[in-house]
Design a protein around this ligand. Sequence first.
Ligand code: MTE
Length: 450
Amino acid sequence: MSSGVKKSGRLIKAPENFLTAQDARAPALMRRKFLAASASTAAASLAALGLSAPKNALASVGEGDPNILNLPAHTTGLGMPVAANPYGMPSQYEKGLQRRESPGLTRVSAASVAFTPLQGTFGIITPSGLHFERHHQGWWDIDPSKHRLMVMGLVKNPKVYTMDDIMRLPSVSRIHFIECGANTAMEWGNVAVPTVQYSHGMVSCSEFTGVPLAVLLEDCGIDRKAARYVLAEGADGSSMTRSIALDRALDDVIVAYGMNGEMLRPENGYPLRLVVPGIQGVSWVKWLRRIEVGDMKWAAKDESIHYIDLMPGGLHRQYTGIQEAKSVITTPSGGQTLLDKGFYNISGLAWSGRGKIRRVDISVDGGRNWRTARLESPILSKAFTRFNIDWVWNGGPAILQSRAQDDSGYVQPKINQLRAVRGTRSIYHQNAIQSWRVADNGEVSNVQVY
Ligand code: MTE
């Protein structure tokens, strides 16, 4: 923070739900109401003490504050008993922070997306209840005692595992991000959505626990000479099947039953899902019921006609699974309103499907000048990395951007660089630098800078 600047900036959070045209005008209204309410509360407190309001009434909060002077019930009374909530839930005051569907994005909600509210999470772990959801044919809460995993194909001993069989095997726990290949897809052509929840909320990061796929493949006696690929299949009605190259399958892929210290949530594949670090979410097959070992790709529907990248010349690319380095500032971000000039902590998330984040640079002037952000530890491979940087807002217009670089040397591109190669008709793998415009009245909005 620069010396001499004492005041910390405060902001109004973005409205938590999807913005209609009317909602889009709400931050300005909220700001006016907030300023009026704060000023009148402070003035009333001062009047009670026989004092008059100084020029900046907001600066006097604390003196004669009834929230300090009057002891509340929680200081003088007996609190709630233990285990009143046998499964703990967030405070009632946090109930606005929810994953949310984007109305009209898909025709039915069973084949849709609920986005993670990235603007309201801290650190690198996404709370399980806020992990994004993407289902092709709805979700199920499957009875684990009846769930089976079949391993077959080019193996000496094909096997059927129960959940008990799997949970007795040696396990690992690893923190990884999962990002749907379609994250930020709506922004290929132009600005489409107002908040970071909808522009980037198809990504989450959790600690996953399970058995390395290599252990299961060895257990079944994989034919290493003939095998080239494995096919993963889910038990839901979407016939979700994806081919995974054998070297990857034997590397860091996990057959997972745990997420953030407990069993997977039903929406995220309970009781068993595949974790394919660094690869787009569609390969993380949920409700996993079958692994087949083969000698070539299967060209399944979700890898030959869906999840392909249409190129400008009309050809399309298949099997482009890796999620390249990407980052986004989560606060201040679209829909929020800065209330004062002064100090702000710009904070955000960076991730790369190729490894660790090496560096994140921040611009507050639309990419003319860059400063290097502080990366918070831990910095893990194929996981979220949290970054922060100090900023003193002078009350003028600003454009906030973050640019990630991973340990392969890859640098997150600008949107026009991405369009020059990929055109504008693509859906997947949109990892361009995100720009948030701060207007001189403090309102933050989604813009594209070329
Ligand atoms: N697996 C099955 N069986 N059915 C599905 O619909 N959706 C895929 C993948 N695995 C899907 C699936 C897609 S497109 C994504 S992005 C991720 O799951 C989303 O995982 P999540 O819902 O846990 O966030």
